[in-house]
Design a protein around this ligand. Structure first.
Ligand SMILES: [Zn+2]
Length: 562
């Protein structure tokens, strides 16, 4: 004890113990019955820098070399399977009021507290080499699927802790890890299938094909189970299912497009790795202009309430909704999505498919039973949205909803003329965003026309001071080449038009005047439109005139008004 106290005093004077004075630690140590050093380690009061010193100086924390049979297997009941494997900890011995556990890393205060909670006993610790721990785990907590090294091979075997995932029965995390390792290795497509009694994961990069993993068939079933969990597929689903999933945490996260075919007794999955996909689902990559992005992201981070994405066809709306949800959520947000057909499967979200729901769940009921911080509806009517959310005023939840609607004007009008209480609505409504997809002309084959086709020429437009713009525009039509697969277009982009319900807009909503006047005022004063983007697209010939015509009115209004 004298030696321990010397060490503690030395560490304390060096600032390596998170205590006010040594006496405080001594008191705790005498209460728990643990050695003073052990007390500091178990309760997490030791700085990581102090550990090597403790380990080299102090023999009161034993370093144990274990042989098979050294540990009584009845002790396994003390620590559950998942914790033992997940945290690499094994029980060593127990007394009436303490349990000694073996770890290879002493800096685990959370783990020690968890074990104290689980066992109702004081935790004591011993250091055990990592190899020893792994050997003991295999014998004390054997994985339910037997593993023999000889039967497992492949390119990524060395990078994956197969026994740990099998032992913790965590099939989805194992698959997630395999996807991450494959992506790191430059693989683009993975094929999972059974080949003559074995399970094989084949990886394709450019023209090369390599065996990433080859295992006995039962591990394959385990992995197919993990894939189904990641995708949210259920038994009884159609034989062919596709889904885009996001899995992995932090830097290990990625997006993948999964196609699973399950026939009579056979299964095959093709998984495509979507490169740089996270950027595509980021709110700043959607096509908002600077002002729109700033207003919208500022509001989303500050205020809960209703965010509407209106669109004539709902094309591309789920991408926008997802990006907004991803921006709005914090690591511990509860997210619930209600979709016609799940397009992106996100880890940690509760995702419900509308056709699978037994009844038409009301927003109020979902908020009551699942208490989400964020609720996403892929397709709803404005009437239903407002009617049901008015009940949850003041809002504890952000609702992002896709609404089928032909224009921003009509969406704003529906909001203003709704029957909900004006005060509730003025407080709940945060933004109405109108989204329309336009086709981007293929740069390689688009053809320039000498003049604008007369069928698009609106005499009023020519009159209204836009002659200049029309004269400077380039008129292109699609053609078709190898690069664009003969379509004439290289992709789609979204054009956004919006009203952010700032305090001024809310005041306007509460004013005592005709709804029509309010609508006009809001649209003429508080609109964040895409005029500049449209002019740029027309000047540069990125889009056809036909696609952009519906937005030209906007430019006229602005020019005439200002
Ligand atoms: Zn082309």
């Amino acid at each position: 004890m004298g030696k321990s106290k010397d060490i503690v005093e030395k560490l304390f004077s060096l600032g390596l113990l998170k205590i006010k004075n040594v006496a405080e630690l001594e008191k705790a140590s005498s209460e728990s019955g643990r050695d003073i050093i052990e007390e500091a380690v178990v309760t997490g009061l030791v700085s990581p820098d102090a550990l090597p010193y403790i380990i080299s100086e102090n023999l009161d924390i034993p370093f144990i070399v274990l042989q098979e049979g050294d540990v009584d297997s009845s002790l396994c009941a003390l620590i559950p399977y998942e914790i033992a494997w997940g945290e690499e900890v094994i029980p060593l011995s127990q007394g009436n009021d303490f349990v000694t556990v073996g770890v290879c890393d002493l800096l685990r205060p959370k783990l020690f507290r968890r074990i104290e909670k689980l066992t109702g006993k004081k935790a004591r610790v011993a250091l055990v080499g990592r190899d020893s721990i792994r050997r003991m785990l295999m014998s004390l907590y054997p994985p339910p699927i037997a593993i023999s090294d000889k039967k497992i091979s492949g390119h990524i075997v060395g990078d994956i802790d197969l026994p740990k995932f099998l032992a913790t029965r965590d099939s989805s995390s194992l698959l997630s890890e395999i996807l991450f390792q494959s992506r790191t290795a430059g693989i683009r497509v993975l094929i999972l299938h059974h080949v003559s009694g074995k399970f094989v994961i084949e990886g394709r990069e450019d023209s090369r094909s390599i065996v990433l993993l080859e295992t006995p068939g039962n591990i394959g079933e385990f992995l197919f189970d993990g894939l189904k969990k990641l995708c949210g597929f259920r038994d009884g689903d159609p034989a062919v299912r596709e889904r885009i999933i996001e899995t992995g945490e932090g830097k290990r996260s990625g997006m993948y497009k999964v196609a699973l075919v399950s026939g009579a007794g056979s299964k095959k999955a093709v998984i495509r790795i979507i490169p740089n996909a996270l950027g595509k689902l980021s709110i700043d990559a959607l096509g908002f202009n600077e002002d729109q992005l700033q207003a919208l992201t500022g509001l989303i981070s500050r205020e809960k309430g209703i965010y509407i994405i209106a669109s004539p066809t709902l094309d591309g709306v789920s991408t926008t909704l997802y990006s907004m949800v991803r921006f709005a959520k914090s690591p511990d947000s509860a997210v619930v999505t209600i979709e016609e057909d799940i397009r992106f499967k996100n880890e940690g979200f509760i995702q419900l498919e509308k056709p699978m729901l037994e009844e038409d769940l009301s927003i109020e009921k979902i908020v009551r039973t699942l208490s989400p911080d964020i609720l996403m509806y892929s397709n709803l009517t404005i009437e239903k949205l407002i009617h049901e959310t008015a009940h949850i005023y003041p809002s504890r939840v952000s609702v992002f909803a896709g609404i089928e609607c032909k224009s921003l004007e009509s969406a704003v009008e529906k909001v203003i003329t709704s029957e909900a209480s004006r005060h509730a609505l003025a407080s709940l409504m945060k933004a109405v965003v109108f989204q329309k997809l336009v086709r981007i002309l293929c740069d390689a084959c688009k053809k320039e026309l000498p003049a604008i086709p007369s069928m698009y020429l609106d005499p009023e437009m020519v009159k209204s001071g836009k002659r200049d713009l029309l004269a400077r525009m380039k008129y292109y039509i699609p053609s078709g080449c190898d690069e664009c697969g003969g379509t004439g277009f290289s992709g789609m982009t979204a054009i956004f038009d919006m009203v952010v319900f700032s305090p001024s807009v809310r005041m306007e909503m509460l004013m005592d005047k005709r709804e029509e006047e309010k609508r006009e005022k809001i649209l003429s004063h508080f609109r964040l439109g895409p005029e500049e983007l449209i002019v740029k697209m027309l000047m540069e010939g990125q889009v056809t005139f036909e696609d952009i015509v519906p937005f030209l009115d906007l430019i006229r209004e602005k020019n005439e008004g200002g």
